[in-house]
Design a protein around this ligand. Structure first.
Ligand code: GLP
Length: 263
């Protein structure tokens, strides 16, 4: 893991966008993994800015969502396909027909998960995956206790996650769906490159467990320790509980040329 600590989320968005631009410079039809939540929004804004200024094009890109709520009406603004369209696809030049997600209204949820997993394999896998992390250390909707080898599967959301996400549902936890379809931890680990962004003090415990804790299903983000191309992008508040902060800053300050260190 390469741990990068910057003062503002805008600084982090620039680091992420540079890494994404580098992937698209090499491979204009690269497959981008897109995440929901508020943490990645500055990254989408920065990608949008670069598309508008002409330094990046996603016209040939394909994008895959991490997860989707089960049972929300197709046009519900918080359905993740609508979130991703609004916050990412509408503000870049990606073809809307090249943005894919799980179907949370499928009648056979297991079959839908298998179809989605195969769709990712079918395009040759995800080249670069954007991730956030939940306060309990989850990535996508892989709550504590989820197998670190899991593939796309139906998930039951914990009370903590539903409380966290109630802010998108008029503050009413009862409106937050209880189930989702999510890429598994194993699916995410197949991505060639991963950018995880976390900001704010409410992520500090999860970040500590993910980066310095044991690899454990108690913090599914900790599985990223097993991947060799991960950048963890943190503001000071999210990094505050890391024991080896000085070490990470030293590595970053003295990094060799090249955006990916294979860490
Ligand atoms: C949800 C999403 C995750 C996201 C998490 C944190 O649970 N399924 O992919 O990382 O929220 O969201 P935020 O960035 O808003 O804190």
């Amino acid at each position: 893991m390469e741990i990068i600590i910057k003062p503002t989320e805008q600084d982090l968005a620039v680091v992420a966008a540079e890494a994404i631009c580098e992937v698209y410079a090499d491979k204009p039809n690269a497959v981008l993994g897109v995440a929901t939540g508020s943490s990645p929004l500055p990254i989408y804004q920065e990608l949008s800015r670069r598309v508008k200024e002409g330094s990046l094009s996603l016209r040939r890109a394909q994008a895959f969502q991490l997860d989707e709520y089960v049972g929300l009406p197709q046009d519900h603004p918080e359905a993740y396909h609508n979130f991703i369209r609004r916050e990412f696809a509408d503000i870049t030049d990606i073809d809307h027909n090249s943005v894919y997600g799980e179907d949370g209204l499928a009648t056979d949820l297991l079959a839908e998960c298998q179809r989605y997993e195969q769709a990712i394999v079918g395009v040759g896998g995800i080249d670069i995956q954007i991730l956030g992390i939940g306060a309990d250390g989850h990535i996508a909707f892989n709550e504590p206790g989820t197998s670190l080898k899991s593939l796309t599967h139906p998930a039951v959301l914990t009370a903590q996650t539903r409380r966290d996400n109630a802010r998108f549902f008029d503050g009413d936890i009862d409106k937050v769906p209880r189930h989702a379809l999510t890429q598994g931890v194993g699916t995410i680990l197949r991505a060639r490159k991963i950018l995880l962004i976390a900001t704010g003090s409410n992520k500090a415990d999860a970040v500590r467990d993910m980066v310095e804790g044991p690899v454990s299903i108690s913090c599914t983000g900790s599985a990223l320790q097993l991947h060799n191309n991960v950048k963890v992008l943190l503001d000071e508040a999210a990094a505050a509980k890391l024991e080896r902060q000085d070490f990470y800053r030293e590595i970053y300050a003295n990094r060799p040329q090249g955006a990916w260190l294979g860490l």
